[in-house]
Design a protein. Sequence first.
Length: 168
Amino acid sequence: MLVEMKVRGLALDPVSNMPIIILRDEDDKRSLPIWVGIFEANAIALELEKIPTPRPMTHDLIKNILESLEVQVLKIVVTDLKDNTFFAVLHLKLGETEYTVDSRPSDAIALALRVAAPIFVEEEVFPKAGKMEVAKETTEPVKTDDPEQLREWLQNIKPEDFEKYNKA
């Protein structure tokens, strides 16, 4: 089952200072944090803030190519979480034919924001993500047997609790 999500903002992980995309469902009952790199967060931040760039960025280029070819982005789906890595696919439509294309979630989300496509997460990703925690001395998420601390953090986190990511 797919759960529709919205980008509620970008935050900085308080431990690693790595950017996190905060996805939340429409009812604000579920959150999904996705740790991303600085460049990916910048691409998303530019679109969230509607900041124009002098030349097209990569996701703008992809949008322009798809529009030129009359390809519609139907939706993007975060499909899985394996070995601390999230996976996503783009659902595209050209004429009457639909295609799926593998993608990093950050790229899929950056594109979805640019073309106003809906963002979904597979139901089975949530329990896997509930076992994620950021390691105290690394920037990589790691699995833990006791996810209560992270669950509590996810239930109470608000994007405004963190400084918004800004490119220096």
